[in-house]
Design a protein around this ligand. Structure first.
Ligand SMILES: Nc1nc2c(ncn2[C@@H]2O[C@H](COP(=O)(O)OP(=O)(O)OP(=O)(O)O)[C@@H](O)[C@H]2O)c(=O)[nH]1
Ligand SMILES: [Mg+2]
Length: 198
């Protein structure tokens, strides 16, 4: 799929105030700083469309971007940012969880994992929660430019075997580098394929 047009539409804390025109939407979630907003900029080929920062906790709202006037990309706040304090983290989790559970237009959620790390408890808990709630999701390993091919293969193997402890069938898995502009076409083609079935 070619992204001909990408526009910011609205930011919200409340899923009920998100656009109501029924277009399908694809949202990005994961720990703070994993690269959600950067991935949106890479997919749309627009540098500053989503706000990014080297400091975690940049995105604090649900942000809708309309693509080719047909579907939405949604940038969500990250979970698990320690510096925010317990209350702040719980508030963000409320925004994220209610969006994911209640937003009927949500067609697929992309869960981003930093490929440099071993499986993290908070991500595994989040994945299991998605499974319990029957939320359709795919996995994206980000920042693949930051490690060697060998270490990447080891880390993916560790994740895969951890996932297989709980999941019989693995979801779609993507590998990206927003820095080197890799892996975007595969995600866009996946979205296009789903859009065609709707
Ligand atoms: N090397 C490299 N850096 C990346 C990549 N993706 C993101 N980054 C960097 O990681 C930092 C965080 O990126 P963001 O896109 O703001 O992360 P986020 O997940 O949106 O973070 P929050 O909004 O805080 O939840 C920035 O400094 C980015 O430049 C990547 O693929 N490779
Ligand atoms: Mg962000």
């Amino acid at each position: 799929m070619i992204v001909k047009d990408a526009q910011f539409v609205i930011s919200n804390t409340d899923y009920r105030k998100c656009p109501e025109d029924g277009k399908p939407e694809y949202a990005f979630i994961g720990r703070s700083n994993v690269g959600k907003s950067s991935l949106i900029n890479m997919l749309t080929n627009r540098k500053g469309l989503a706000m990014t920062s080297s400091k975690p906790g940049k995105t604090q709202l649900i942000n809708h971007f309309v693509i080719n006037n047909e579907w939405y990309l949604v940038d969500l706040p990250g979970y698990g940012y320690a510096q925010r304090g317990k209350e702040g983290r719980e508030q963000i989790r409320k925004i994220i969880d209610s969006y994911i559970l209640k937003r009927t237009q949500l067609t697929c959620l992309f869960l981003l994992l930093d490929c440099r790390h071993e499986p993290q408890k908070i991500d595994m808990e989040f994945l299991n929660w998605l499974g319990e709630e029957s939320i359709p999701f795919a996995i994206v390993f980000t920042k693949t430019d930051k490690i060697s091919k060998g270490r990447l293969a080891d880390n993916i193997a560790a994740y895969t075997s951890k996932l297989q402890e709980t999941w019989e069938e693995l979801p779609a898995i993507f590998y990206t580098s927003s820095e080197h502009r890799l892996g975007g076409d595969e995600i866009l083609n996946y979205i296009e394929k789903i859009n065609k079935t709707l």
